[in-house]
Design a protein around this ligand. Structure first.
Ligand SMILES: Cc1cc2nc3c(=O)[nH]c(=O)nc-3n(C[C@H](O)[C@H](O)[C@H](O)COP(=O)(O)OP(=O)(O)OC[C@H]3O[C@@H](n4cnc5c(N)ncnc54)[C@H](O)[C@@H]3O)c2cc1C
Length: 420
């Protein structure tokens, strides 16, 4: 019987794995990729979609366009896995379907955690999917339209205040993009008047971007402050309601829009599988196999992958997900050929964040960079990671367009006509 490899999840890890396997696996092996959406989301680009620097559809790439004829794609949500019988069930557009496998790779990512602060689930906007980015972008444009019509100055101030909770990569990027977007669209709303818009970034510890050296966190804070973003360090949100956010020191901040970029939790299916977990991720051996469950592997954000380079665990980033996928492709081939597998080993190239138009911070191979150089490097890296030439060209054209023109204020509604 020909071996059948199934990859569950079409994000950074799953699509890189399948693209590598298509080239490297012997022809007789069958490959299936199952994912609940028809596209991969380039999460690092989501803050640009929030700030209207990119259309949301440019932050995704269709999975089918990445696949060779030998790979089967199934659009569906995996509901259950029977690891003993090596079978899974999947909810598809054509109803429930069952699949048998020889090797199953879990690349299911994680989901937003909204129960960290009471009220956050009901009143704050998470940023985890392209739908979230579109929702935040539309909320921002709706707020601008509402302020123009609001006679009460206190309510105008509240509506115009955007609070971003979390000063890590996503929070800093969203705050920077929002500040640039609001400054750019202000002229289209001439009746907004004073005080206008206000972006506030809350961080519970004493510096921004704790993943980077303190110097770069301070550079990001200076750049954001220069564009009018208020930053509160050591400010822990303890309650969120429809009017704003309460901090641990008892103060209350009125705000019309709250965006939360903190916290993740395990994927639903991973939780249901009852695998050994640590830090909310599946425990795997150094070759990414799941100990004690033959034929099961895990990588990316959903797995706690040991890094043989320095004995640490791989962080949940796109950069690591892509590298893990390349090692796992080798290991799956080795397994089919009954050769020994290898430990995951990777020296990180560094980390980067954009903090608005022409501004960024980065640490690349130990070298700190700020401003345009970091911003340019960030864009070049993510453009190079985009699959298919067509997608690369579209993003490049849109980025170029954004260098010369203001943010787009089109607010699209995705509802069908009703005969009211
Ligand atoms: C706003 C934001 C900004 C970020 N910025 C950066 C950055 O600048 N740099 C960086 O390195 N990293 C960044 N990251 C992190 C990076 O996006 C993740 O580390 C990366 O996406 C992990 O890849 P993955 O394949 O493990 O998971 P994901 O990319 O999340 O993919 C998981 C896939 O599994 C699918 N799936 C889930 N459950 C099921 C199911 N039951 N059945 C079928 N399919 C399922 C999902 O639809 C998805 O396609 C950012 C993340 C966010 C949210």
């Amino acid at each position: 019987m020909n071996p059948h490899i199934v990859i569950a999840g079409g994000g950074f890890a799953g699509t890189t794995l399948v693209r590598t396997l298509q080239r490297r696996l012997p022809r007789e092996a069958a490959l299936t990729l199952i994912s609940e959406e028809s596209y991969t989301t380039f999460n690092p680009l989501l803050p640009e979609a929030v700030g209207a620097a990119l259309f949301p559809e440019q932050t995704v790439a269709p999975i089918r366009a990445m696949l060779a004829a030998r790979t089967r794609f199934v659009m569906g949500r995996i509901k259950s896995v029977d690891a003993r019988a090596k079978a899974l069930t999947c909810e598809t557009l054509a109803g429930e379907r069952a699949f048998a496998y020889d090797e199953l790779v879990l690349a299911l990512g994680s989901r937003a955690r909204l129960d960290l602060v009471p009220g956050m689930a009901e009143h704050a906007l998470p940023l985890k999917t392209v739908g979230d980015a579109l929702h935040i972008r539309n909320s921002v444009l709706r707020r601008a339209a509402a302020i123009e019509l609001e006679p009460d100055p206190a309510e105008r101030r509240r509506l115009g205040r955007f609070v971003v909770i979390g000063g890590g990569f996503s929070g800093v990027e969203v705050a920077g993009q929002l500040a640039d977007c609001l400054a750019s669209i202000r002229r289209y709303y001439p009746r907004i008047g004073a005080p206008g818009f206000d972006v506030l970034l809350l961080q519970d510890i004493d510096r921004l971007l704790p993943e980077l050296p303190p110097r770069l966190g301070s550079a990001a804070a200076r750049s954001l402050a220069a564009r009018g973003v208020s930053i509160r360090l050591g400010a822990r949100a303890v309650e969120v309601n429809e009017n704003g956010v309460r901090l641990a020191n008892g103060s209350f901040i009125d705000a019309g829009t709250l965006i939360c970029t903190i916290g993740t939790r395990p994927n639903h299916l991973i939780e249901r599988m009852k695998l050994p977990m640590e830090r909310g991720r599946v425990v795997v051996a150094d070759d990414m196999s799941v100990p004690g469950t033959p034929g099961l592997w895990a990588l990316g954000d959903c797995a706690l992958v040991p890094n043989a380079h320095d004995g640490s665990y791989a962080p949940p980033t796109a950069q690591f997900a892509v590298r893990e996928a390349k090692t796992l492709a080798r290991n799956l081939r080795a397994r089919l050929q009954e050769r020994p597998t290898r430990a995951f080993r990777y020296r990180s190239l560094g980390a980067m964040a954009t903090i608005g138009h022409l501004k960024g911070v980065a640490q690349v191979l130990g070298v700190p960079l700020t401003g345009v150089a970091a911003w340019f490097l960030w864009r070049a890296y993510y453009l190079s990671q985009m699959p298919t030439l067509g997608r690369k060209v579209r993003i490049f054209v849109e980025w170029t367009w954004g260098m010369f023109f203001r943010a787009d204020i089109t607010h699209l509604r995705f509802t069908r006509s009703e005969d009211l």
